[in-house]
Design a protein. Sequence first.
Length: 92
Amino acid sequence: MTDALKAEAIYDAMGTVLTRWTMGSAAAAAAPFWRAELGEDPAEAELRLLALSGQFLGIAVTAEPASTLRVLPDIPALALSKRSTRSSPSRC
């Protein structure tokens, strides 16, 4: 398997991995491409998968700005009512 195909397979599996984690399930079984790196211990495998997937997503997935950027207008000033800063004594 070439590096490009492996990266694409990992990226495709990240959806399943993230969905399982969101639902509170173990996700190591959804990452067969990292089986050797994850090991046999289920708890350790989840921690290793978390670390590997974080590194993978950190370098493989980058946000790109829209092709056309536009400048937004300034936020208009709010009309605030003027109130007295003196506090009047309350009568109970």
